[in-house]
Design a protein around this ligand. Sequence first.
Ligand code: GLN
Length: 304
Amino acid sequence: MNYGEIITEVFNAVEVENCGGQVSSYIPELAGVNPKHFGVYLTTTDHFEFGIGSCYQKFSIQSVAKVLSLTLAFKMLGEKIWERLGVEPSGTPFNSLVQLETDGGIPRNPFINAGALVICDILVSQLKNPNLDFLQFIRETSDNPTLNYSETMAASEKSVGYRNIALCNFIKSFGNIKNHPGEVLDFYFRLCSIEMTCEELSKTFLYLANGGHRISDNRQVLNASQTKRVNAIMQTCGFYDESGEFTFKVGLPGKSGIGGGIIAIHPGKYSIAVWSPGLNKKGNSCKGIKFLELLTTKTKSSIF
Ligand code: GLN
């Protein structure tokens, strides 16, 4: 398979398309990002890599980071985490509050904000120094000691974080947040502020294509069963109320963020990161989805 040639062809076709997406404006610091950026990076489990466009430019990975927080909580506590949240697609926007009332404060899955906040609460309880220890974990997973939060982005989100503050307090009222909401939210805003390039994103997530093992030295991040489960939740819940459509069009487990990044995994084969800041109405990258749809079609590499 000549991935490089096909990626270049699809990239050039999608780059000139006008998807009509909008850069996320609700976090002030995100609003200033140049909408023209478009980058792609693919890393395969047999050590091929290929990047194009703005693939070496850092961006805010936002909700893509929720896969990493889930990974660490799952690694530390195992199946016990499912006592506090579900694995069902919510069919609602990422920041919705509506189901929590009837569901008694148990979020539907770890990728909507409600579920990610519960995972953050678990990590705040489990880690001695949540910010430092989590950073250490992602640096180890990616084999990249330079990865970091953006304090400016975290502060910018905190300044307008009304909905997440409401969500966290609401879940606390049901007893499903154990720590002080302020502490959980500070950790959540930092989590969302992590910056990576497409190259770094693709390499960091390769463990999900490699049976749970880092590619550099085969060190285990998750066991085989946990890896399968994280990929399954990405498949069913990774794009909020567009998860069905992403599965329909692209056919790979994936996760989006409102910074315009998407990671998609082909278990056993590759991890691919795409970044284009223009978002559709569901908060997912327009060009990112278009690119992945054409790529999995041309390479016949949907998992279905
Ligand atoms: N930090 C953002 C929020 O909580 C993340 C949302 C996203 O990327 N979908 O609103």
